[in-house]
Write a protein that binds this ligand. Structure first.
Ligand SMILES: [Mg+2]
Length: 327
């Protein structure tokens, strides 16, 4: 075994750099005020859950199979290979909630506790979630076995399981780019250690942070284009046409749908009707598009179909995470 395959030393406590009171005031003023920030943060989290619930029905189907069965799949109805109840979400949302709960429970205002995050993933897995990706399971079992907070870099870690749950890390570190990078990567490496997973996790998280803080769509597009120049593997125009759980396919589908549609529902429907890992592509498009439109402009009929417990948990946690960032 070479040195490059040795597990990296991951500190338990990740430093946090909360902005001072003046910075909080400036941040909120530039973002249009606290109610606007809260509306967009909640829009991102509810959007994640809505996209997950809509997409799960057609996960692992091909676009042709979806067309034959549904025409256009645009109604939250459960079912799918997981035989979900109507409005039920999957690991994308529940693992995010587990991460967010661990973040919110850390009372040390100067740092984030990565060990608490790993313990939360173990507790989530032991509670028998409706599904769990292979790489996530492997990482959680490794931590349970040897207590390490990161595995060695691996070619097989290029799935979307770390990026899909980045939202709570992004909300908890609004206005703190260094804190965000440390927390986003720290939580990611517990299960996924791959440069493309790392890059996508950071970029998707930074994008949703910018949207929550009021950066308009044109500004988000500039950031996306600048990132693609640095990471051409993720180029999505022309759209390559795959929507699998490989992080490159996922990101291309998410950014293609997000940049094509200003309307939340149109963007999510576009992504999930491409099938494959439709719950995760739906969740991530929903996160970005929901942050842009805010919770107040999400489709009412979709929100009504989301399971009430999920809706409540997401609302409670979105508020707590923003409060965590601003404390
Ligand atoms: Mg899922």
């Amino acid at each position: 075994m070479t040195d490059t395959l040795a597990p990296p030393a991951a500190p338990r406590w990740l430093p946090r750099f909360p902005p001072g009171p003046a910075d909080v005031a400036g941040l909120l003023t530039a973002a249009g005020g606290l109610p606007a920030v809260m509306d967009r943060a909640l829009g991102a989290y509810l959007g994640l859950a809505l996209g997950d619930a809509l997409g799960a029905t057609v996960e692992f189907m091909t676009p042709r199979e979806i067309t034959l069965r549904f025409g256009v799949h645009d109604r939250i109805q459960g079912g799918g290979w997981l035989r979900l109840k109507s409005g039920q979400v999957t690991d994308d949302t529940t693992m995010s909630l587990a991460l967010g709960e661990a973040i919110c429970q850390c009372t040390d205002a100067t740092s984030h506790d990565l060990l608490a995050v790993a313990d939360a993933f173990v507790a989530w897995w032991r509670a028998r979630p409706v599904d769990c990706g292979n790489t996530c399971r492997r990482g959680i079992l490794r931590y349970r076995h040897d207590g390490t907070l990161a595995g060695p870099p691996s070619e097989s870690d290029g799935g979307n399981g770390a990026a899909m749950r980045v939202l709570p890390a992004a909300l908890a570190t609004l206005g703190d780019p260094a804190g965000f990078a440390a927390l986003a990567l720290g939580q990611a490496r517990i299960t996924h250690h791959h440069p493309l997973s790392d890059s996508a996790t950071l970029q998707l998280g930074a994008l949703v942070q910018a949207a929550v803080l009021g950066v308009p769509r044109a500004g988000l597009r500039q950031r996306i284009d600048a990132w693609i120049v640095q990471r051409p593997a993720f180029r999505f125009d022309p759209y390559p046409g795959r929507a699998s759980g490989y992080i490159v396919d996922t990101v291309q589908t998410v950014l293609h749908a997000f940049t094509r549609h200003d309307c939340f529902a149109d963007a999510v429907v576009d992504a999930v009707n491409r099938g494959e890992d439709a719950d995760t592509t739906g969740a991530l498009v929903g996160m970005l598009a929901g942050a842009c439109c805010g919770a107040s402009r999400l489709p009412r009929d979709w929100l009504a179909r989301l399971q009430a417990g999920t809706r409540q948990a997401v609302c409670d946690q979105a508020s707590a995470l923003v409060a965590h960032a601003l404390q």
